[in-house]
Design a protein around this ligand. Structure first.
Ligand SMILES: [Fe+2]
Ligand SMILES: [Fe+2]
Ligand SMILES: [Fe+2]
Length: 267
């Protein structure tokens, strides 16, 4: 790579790391809101957070592919008082994200990266619409759901057709992913393990929200991230002893987590 290209590449990596950090920030905020003050919309917000996690993954892969290191510094989550404050914050986050992605699409010269960012913005626009709707609801404005005046056979047939095509295409990409992207992979890859941990985080986070606590995320950065497999296992064993008396309803969750961790430490 020439000196100029190298420099250009580093600039792209830097911009993508800003986007990655933004996704990370959105994920932590949305999860915290879904577990705590916005529990009544938890399902919908978690679905949005899931989109952000996919964005995070695509950006992380792209940064690594360009020869960079993903910046994994933990964004700080400031607490919010109530549902309305949370939805306001999330609306602002989406506006900010859309604006930043648009600037980066302009600034980045690589077409596949431009296309990826434009693909991400499609989701962010819809997130903005959803959070604005939730904000209105939290202000007491009713939402009207759309009912087709008459359910014609035509509507049913077209909708059913899209189900068919979407399902078929989903399986086609999945098969390609098995046969091409992951052909050298056996069992759960590190990304899948990370998703296990994310779900553990969610089970405990929701439990904290239920009893009025707000989870705090540790202040990490890419350098300080260490493997804590052993600590994790012993922590849950300790917790189990304590929970038997203090919170027996937590035991099945703890047992499930411990059993899942066993696979991580064995392979
Ligand atoms: Fe996103
Ligand atoms: Fe978003
Ligand atoms: Fe875990």
């Amino acid at each position: 790579m020439s000196e100029r290209n190298h420099q250009e590449n580093n600039q792209v990596i830097e911009l993508l790391n800003q986007d990655l950090y933004g996704e990370h920030d959105a994920i932590l905020y949305y999860l915290t809101h879904a577990w705590t003050v916005a529990r009544q919309y938890g399902h919908q917000i978690l679905e949005i957070a899931n989109d952000e996690m996919r964005h995070f993954k695509w950006l992380g892969h792209t940064i690594a592919q360009l020869g960079g290191t993903p910046n994994l510094a933990t964004p700080e989550v400031s607490p919010v008082a109530d549902l309305t404050a949370a939805m306001k914050k999330d609306v602002e986050a989406e506006i900010h994200a859309i604006d930043q992605y648009q600037r980066h699409v302009e600034a980045i010269p690589l077409d596949p990266v431009k296309a990826l960012l434009e693909r991400i913005v499609v989701d962010e626009r819809d997130h903005l619409r959803q959070f604005q709707e939730l904000l209105n609801q939290s202000h007491g404005e009713p939402v009207h759901s759309e009912q087709p005046a008459q359910e014609t056979a035509k509507i049913a047939q077209t909708l059913q057709q899209t189900i068919h095509v979407e399902y078929q295409q989903m399986m086609a990409y999945l098969l390609k992913s098995f046969m091409e992207d992951h052909k050298d992979q056996m069992g759960m890859d590190m990304e899948e393990r990370s998703i296990d941990e994310m779900r553990h985080l969610g089970w405990i986070g929701k439990r904290m929200g239920l009893i009025g606590l707000t989870p705090k995320f540790p202040d990490l950065d890419t350098q300080s991230i260490a493997d804590g497999e052993q600590t994790e296992t012993s922590l849950y064993h300790e917790m189990r002893t304590w929970a038997l008396q203090a919170m027996p309803s937590l035991i099945p969750t703890i047992d499930r987590i411990v059993a899942q961790e066993q696979y991580h430490t064995q392979t």
